[in-house]
Design a protein around this ligand. Sequence first.
Ligand code: UD1
Ligand code: CA
Length: 455
Amino acid sequence: MKLQSILLAAGEGTRMKSNLPKILHPLAGKALIRYSLDAVKGIGSPKPVIVIGRDAGMVEKTIQGEAEFVIQEKRLGTADAVKSARKRVEGTCDLVLVIYGDMPLLKKQTLERLVEKQKNNPGPLTIATMHLDDSHGFGRVVREGGEIKEIIEEAHASGKQKEIKELNVGAYCVAEKWLWPALEKIPVSPKGEYYLTDLVGIASKEGFRVEAVQILDSEEAIGINNRVHLAEAEAILRKRINQKWMLEGVTIIDPERTYIEADVQIGQDTIVFPNSHLKGQTVIGQNCEIGPDTIITSTEIGNSCKVLSSVLDYAILEDHVTMGPYCHLRKDAHLAKGVHMGNFGEVKDSFLGEETKMGHFSYIGNATIGKNVNIGAGTITCNFDGRSKNPTEIGDDVFIGSDTMLVAPLKIGKRARTGAGSVVTRDVPEDTVVVGVPARHLRKVKKEETESQEK
Ligand code: UD1
Ligand code: CA
C-alpha cells in the first residue's frame, strides 16, 4: 500500500509570541519541524508534503529539498490545511498519514503502529490517542459502548465531556479515496475554523468503526503551543539523549545539568562533567574528559583529550590534546596530537603542530606553527594591521619567550628563539636567537638549548 505523509505547519503559532515561525524554534539544537520530518522518514513516500502559510519562506529555506511544500492560503483550521494538499496528493497513494508539525516527540514506532493498524482496518480512519489526567487542552475522544464516536475540542466540550481522560494526540492515518470527499463534509466551527478532528464523527456516522492506537508514554504527545511547552519538550529530549549516550558507554556525571544536542556524537569511556553544552555537529572521541563548564560547538575532538572550562567553536583537536581552564578556540583552530593549552589561551584560524605547548595567556591567530614549539606566557600574534589579517609561520622546535609580540606577516625559522619581551617585526632565520624591541639578532642557538625543549 502506498502512503503519503502530510505535516501541518501553517498555523500562526501566536501563543509562542515570536518573530520566528513556531516550527523553526530550536529544540536540542534542531528546528522543531525536523523532528516530525525524521519521524515520518522511511514511512511511505520519500518526501512528506508540508503545509505552510503564505509568509513561511523561512521554513521553506530551512528544510529545502527534504519535503514538498504546499501553501494554505488562509488559516481556516486543520481540515482546511489538509485540503490545501489535495492537488498534490490526490490519486498518488492509498493511505494518507497526517501529523501536526508541533509534536516533535512523537516517535516513528508510534506512527508505524498507526499505519499498520489502518492497513488492517476495513474502515477509513485510525487515530492516535492517550490517557492522561491533565488534558493539556487536547481534544477529547468521545466513545459510546466502547466505540469511538467523535472528537470534541476543549473549547466546545461540555462539563462532562471535559472530564474525559482519553485525548486526541493529533496523528491520523486515512484511506486516501475517502479523505477528500469527507473533508468537504466538515462544517465550519463556531470559531470559524474547519477541524480535521471532525473526520472522526463523519466516519462514525457513516457506520465505520474508527480505530485507535494508544500511546502509553505521554511524553510523546507534548504539543508545542507556547514556550513553557518548548522547555518541557527540551527537558524530555535532554533526558532521552543523555540516556542514549550513557547506554552507549559514556559517563555523564550529572545528566540533569548536561546539555547535549541531538546531532552530537560521543565515543565510549568519555566522561562528561556537569554544565557541559555539546552543540551542533560536535564529534567527541573515546576516553576524553569534557567539562565541567564547557561549551563546544561543531568541533571535532579525537581520543583521550581533556577540555576543562573552555569554549570551543568549529575547531579540530587531534588525539591527546589537553586544554584549560579558560581556553577559547575559535573557527578553524586545529590542534595536532598532544598539543597542550593552559589557562587563558585563544586560538583562531591557526594550526598548532604535534606536542606544541602554550601554557599561559596567549593569542594565536592566522598562524601555522610547527611541532614541539614552546609558546611562552603572554605571547601574541599581532595579526591585524588595522586593515587586514596577516599570517605568522613558526617552524618546528622554536622557543618563543614570554611576552613576545609577533608582528605579522612574519616567519620564524626552525629552532629559533626569542627573548622575553621581544617585539619581532622581521623574519627570523633558523637557529637564531633574537631579543629586544624591535628584536635584533643576538647569536646562534646552542644545540643543548633545543634539546632541553624536547621532553
Ligand atoms: C489540535 C487538535 C486537537 C489535538 C491537538 C494535539 C484540531 C482541531 N485539534 O489542537 O484535537 O488534541 O492538536 O496537539 O485539529 N495548522 C495549519 N493550518 C491551520 C491551523 C493549524 O496548518 O489553519 C497546523 C498548525 O501549524 C499546527 C497543527 O496544525 O502544527 C495543529 O494546530 P494547533 O492550532 O496547534 O491545534 P491544537 O489547538 O493544538
Ligand atoms: Ca498544537
